[in-house]
Design a protein around this ligand. Structure first.
Ligand SMILES: CC(C)(COP(=O)(O)OP(=O)(O)OC[C@H]1O[C@@H](n2cnc3c(N)ncnc32)[C@H](O)[C@@H]1OP(=O)(O)O)[C@@H](O)C(=O)NCCC(=O)NCCS
Length: 212
């Protein structure tokens, strides 16, 4: 039998290596990134970095999202029953490079999605951040399945999902984005049979609904 790599072995034994889990504050590092549960101020910062590609692909303006959070103190973590959000920062500079979310939709499955800021794309940051968020979802929050959906013509997104091991699954081929744009949709899943809940403080979004 092929030997498991060191990361896989560590994930199996201890969950996500190096993860700091304190209440809603969760922080984990990869070679170049620090990924943590986003706070209001992080999403406000991300909104300032939004470009047209993010707005178009997500079908919503991050500035509008940040505007809706304006009433909350800047250090409130973005973690609700419907959605948990992470930001990824470059460790060497503190620069914000990506925003990823775990969220629940009507199907009651846990979805993952996100965006990398324009100046940081195609440097492997998207993959690095998504690997950490998937590991957290499976090995810390205990979710066996993570679902993703992307526009069929979004090659970057398809390649991004494939790069961390998402595989195609059947699903509704049409999705309407928040701005009303109907898109041809591909569905993906990431399955971890060794998923296990280790977190003592956070519930995965939708967990109460999905696994009562
Ligand atoms: C999709 C997105 C998150 C990818 O992030 P990224 O940091 O650029 O991706 P990475 O550099 O980690 O690359 C991951 C894989 O995707 C491929 N890729 C990334 N951008 C690509 C592009 N524009 N065209 C073709 N392939 C691309 C890389 O080559 C790599 O593939 P490999 O593992 O086979 O070498 C980023 O392009 C983005 O934020 N786009 C705008 C918003 C968006 O589309 N979000 C997703 C909505 S579902």
């Amino acid at each position: 039998m092929k030997n498991a790599g060191p990361l896989r072995t560590a994930l199996t034994r201890w969950g996500v290596p190096g993860l700091s889990c304190r209440g809603a504050t969760h922080t984990v590092r990869s070679a170049r990134l620090e990924v943590s549960v986003a706070r209001v101020r992080d999403l406000v910062e991300f909104a300032e970095l939004e470009d047209e590609e993010i707005r178009y692909r997500q079908g919503t303006s991050q500035r509008a999202v940040a505007g809706n959070l304006a009433a909350f103190p800047s250090d409130v973590p973005i973690w609700t029953r419907e959605c948990g959000t992470f930001v990824a920062r470059e460790r060497s500079t503190g620069r914000l490079v990506a925003n990823l979310s775990l969220y629940v939709e009507s199907g009651r499955q846990l979805h993952v999605g996100g965006s990398v800021v324009a100046g940081a794309r195609r440097q492997g940051y998207g993959r690095e951040a998504l690997e950490l968020v998937c590991a957290l979802g499976h090995r810390h929050l205990g979710m066996r399945h993570l679902i993703a959906r992307c526009e069929a013509g979004n090659v970057a997104s398809c390649r991004w999902l494939m790069s961390v091991g998402f595989a195609r699954m059947p699903g509704d081929p049409r999705h309407v984005l928040p701005d009303g744009r109907a898109v041809e949709t591909l569905w993906w899943q990431h399955v971890d049979p060794l998923s296990r809940r280790r977190c003592r403080s956070l519930q995965a979004p939708g967990l109460q609904l999905h696994f009562p």
